[in-house]
Design a protein around this ligand. Structure first.
Ligand SMILES: *Cc1c(COP(=O)(O)O)cnc(C)c1O
Length: 382
């Protein structure tokens, strides 16, 4: 973990100073590890908006004071919040003179790494499970990565990266094998605290959990903001909820069993939420610790509930979630049903990637323009 000298920074970094800076991830420079401005490899990491879902909140029976909100990370470079972690890891690699990086990925992390590395001239080797969506594989290749499909899971890909360190002389950028991706993901916590007016954080944060960098990072962010005096010592922190898919829920199993570490899930499966198909996470104990310290919980949702969530958000709110984001919505409904979420809670979901990167249900309605157009038929709708 990166540690900072917050004592000497205390009082110097104020809310006013932060408010005066352009709303990008780099406004938090003093709380980030990159030292030289010229080492920041940016593609425009703009602050992501928090969008509300009033219709679905009303349908769920949310009451006065309560809200259903989505932090939309799909607007970041390469279309996912992996950009936050990788912009930091790659910038630090540049600063430290690394010339070759490798990683296992379920798609989005590799896309972000290849983009930032190509931008600053670092060579990349990426290994992805063979069923990773083609869009992701092609994106990585187009952005200059040496990308390989592997007949296994992300941790099997991780073994290839680890095993090649000596011979290939590459830097292992796997989740939590290096400290900087967490620092980048930490900015989600910093950003949302400022967006919520500093001392009035949401009651519940629902996070689709794979390797857990975001959850761990946000929890670190809140602690650091308290240390710096940027939020009050008694500010109530959100309950952190780790959301997984029923076909791959190692954190949920460990949480339910009261364990400190998680057991690897064999035969892990999710239909579409690849970003959370992580059978074993290096930082399992850190995820579980943050969830428990915050008074949150871990919950698994089905693939059907995920697909329904995508459809409901798209049709009713006009918001195309990624499947992992839809998992948090399914977990929200479950939390309301079993009383863990109150109808007056402000609940923040994470949409971690743009829904446009994922396969969508088909739509096959064709018109032959050479025939008379039957508007009566069109008016019936689809
Ligand atoms: C990586 C990823 C996740 C999981 O994030 P972690 O911080 O690694 O747990 C969730 N959703 C999407 C879309 C992802 O790409």
């Amino acid at each position: 973990m990166v540690r900072y000298d917050f004592e000497s920074l205390k009082g110097k970094l104020t809310r006013e100073i932060l408010a005066s800076r352009p709303p990008t991830l780099w406004k938090w420079r003093e709380m980030l590890p990159v030292r030289k401005a010229e080492d920041c490899v940016t593609l425009g990491e703009w602050m992501t908006p928090i969008v509300d879902a009033p219709k679905l909140a009303a349908e769920a029976g949310m009451e006065e004071g309560g809200a259903l909100l989505v932090k939309d990370e799909g607007r970041l470079p390469t279309g996912s919040f992996k950009a936050r972690g990788l912009v930091m890891a790659v910038s630090m690699a540049k600063e430290l003179g690394v010339t070759r990086m490798a990683m296992p990925t379920n798609g989005n992390a590799g896309a972000a790494m290849s983009a930032y590395c190509s931008r600053c001239g670092i060579e990349t080797y990426i290994f992805a499970p063979e069923d990773t969506p083609d869009t992701n594989i092609r994106e990585m290749a187009l952005q200059g990565a040496n990308v390989w499909r592997v007949n296994g899971y992300i941790d099997d890909c991780g073994k290839i990266v680890g095993g090649g360190k000596e011979e290939m002389n590459w830097f292992d950028t796997s989740t939590l094998k290096e400290p900087y991706r967490i620092e980048g993901k930490k900015t989600m916590g910093l950003e949302l605290v400022e967006q919520f007016g500093w001392d009035d954080l949401p009651d519940v944060i629902m996070y689709p959990t794979g390797g857990g960098t975001g959850l761990i990072g946000m929890w670190k962010a809140f602690a650091e903001l308290k240390k710096l005096g940027l939020i009050k010592p008694d500010t109530k922190l959100p309950k952190m909820v780790a959301v997984q898919a029923t076909g791959c829920a190692p954190m949920v199993n460990a949480y339910d069993a009261g364990e400190e570490f998680a057991t690897r899930v064999d035969g892990a499966f999710t239909r579409s939420a690849m970003g959370i198909r992580v059978p074993a996470a290096v930082g399992d104990f850190l995820i579980l610790r943050a969830v428990r310290e915050s008074g949150g919980w871990a919950v698994a949702v089905t693939d059907d509930a995920i697909d329904e969530g995508v459809e409901e958000f798209a049709k009713k709110e006009g918001f195309l979630l990624c499947p992992e984001g839809a998992a948090t919505y399914a977990a929200f409904k479950k939390g309301l049903a079993d009383g863990k979420i109150k109808k007056t809670d402000r609940v923040l979901l994470f949409n971690c990637a743009t829904g446009l990167k994922y396969p969508m249900p088909p739509s096959n309605n064709d018109i032959d323009r050479h025939e008379p157009i039957d508007y009566g038929e069109i008016a019936k709708g689809i």
